[in-house]
Design a protein around this ligand. Structure first.
Ligand code: CP
Length: 320
């Protein structure tokens, strides 16, 4: 996300708006006809993998899609460098998700074609954060609010949750934000990210009390505890204090508060995550987030492959 300014983000959001009718299957474009995406997921994914693939197809391109390590000759000791060099001879863009922080950057440094980070271990998840910010802007526009000056509460695993690492940095491009970070003491936001946010003139408060932290929130952004990224003993001692549920939202938040989550969530009863009892509450934006994943990722491809202006031209030619 460090590659974005507020201007370039807002330009991406304008292209995303243009992509919305294509993403909703009301319009058709073939601007990426003949192009090939290599969608390489070395870690499990539902939303990111399928929506990147669907976004590329909706622009007329084709997708080679892989999951896990066994698909590749990396199981025989081939390096990331060689893998990236080889695949970039076959494809026009790569999306890579990898369990190790920095691995996607290694793919990018080996090639001249665009490489998009689909999530690198506990590092970053930029496309998720971009679609989250796009969703926040749309929700705020409906409510007559601005992102500048907003109070954002992030809850859960802020240490290993890569989405919140990217989202807080993007939000910091706006002005006068107040962040309340509610996490178990073992899973707090890394200090280097906190220092960067504070340097931007935003207010950052940390809390271990959910009921206290949610008060006055414009956005509640919940995250899953990333149990796969740390030893079992570290997760003892904080259940069940971090569950976001209907009773808690009703008692602490307003009718205008937006509740978000990058998903997947642990939907089992009593899980320390976003409860399913909020599913019919209009404040819950999780499926509006997932729907926005397609047009945002279409806009990312169109921009990186230099065809963003062709979308507008083809719309004009087709009399849209
Ligand atoms: N939000 C997200 O990254 O979901 P997936 O792991 O299913 O891609």
């Amino acid at each position: 996300v460090g590659q974005f300014s507020r201007d370039s983000l807002e330009q991406l959001f304008r292209i995303t708006d243009i992509m919305q009718p294509i993403a909703r299957r009301q319009k058709v474009t073939r601007i990426l006809e003949g192009a090939v995406l290599a969608n390489l997921f070395f870690e499990a994914s539902t939303r990111t993998r399928i929506s990147f693939g669907a976004a590329f197809c909706r622009l007329g391109g084709s997708v080679c899609d892989t999951t896990g390590f066994t698909f590749s000759s990396m199981t025989k000791g081939e390096s990331i460098y060689d893998t990236s060099r080889v695949i970039s001879g076959y494809a026009d863009a790569l999306v890579v998700r990898h369990p190790e922080q920095g691995a996607v950057d290694e793919f990018a440094r080996a090639t001249n074609i665009p490489v998009i980070n689909g999530g690198d271990g506990p590092g970053e998840h930029p496309s998720q954060a971009i679609l989250d910010l796009y969703t926040i802007q749309r929700e705020f526009s409906r409510l007559g609010k601005l992102v500048d000056g907003a109070h954002i509460v992030m809850v859960g695993d802020l240490k290993y949750g890569r989405t919140v690492h990217s989202l807080i940095k993007l939000l910091a491009l706006y002005r006068n934000l107040r962040f309340t970070l509610v996490a178990p003491s073992t899973l707090e936001m890394p200090a280097h990210i906190l220092e960067r946010i504070a340097r931007g003139g935003h207010v950052v408060e940390q809390s271990t009390s959910l009921a206290q932290g949610l008060k006055g929130a414009d956005i509640v952004y919940a995250t899953r505890i990333q149990k796969e990224r740390f030893a079992d003993e570290a997760i003892e001692g904080y259940t069940p204090d971090f569950q976001i549920n209907q009773a808690l939202i009703d008692s602490t938040c307003s009718a205008d508060t937006i509740v978000m989550h990058p998903l997947p969530r642990d939907g089992r009863p009593g899980a320390n995550d976003l409860s399913t009892d909020l599913n019919h509450d209009p404040r819950l934006a999780i499926f509006r987030q997932t729907d926005n994943g397609i047009p945002v990722r279409m806009a990312i491809f169109a921009t990186l492959l230099g065809v963003e202006n062709q979308v507008q031209h083809s719309m004009r030619d087709a009399g849209w």
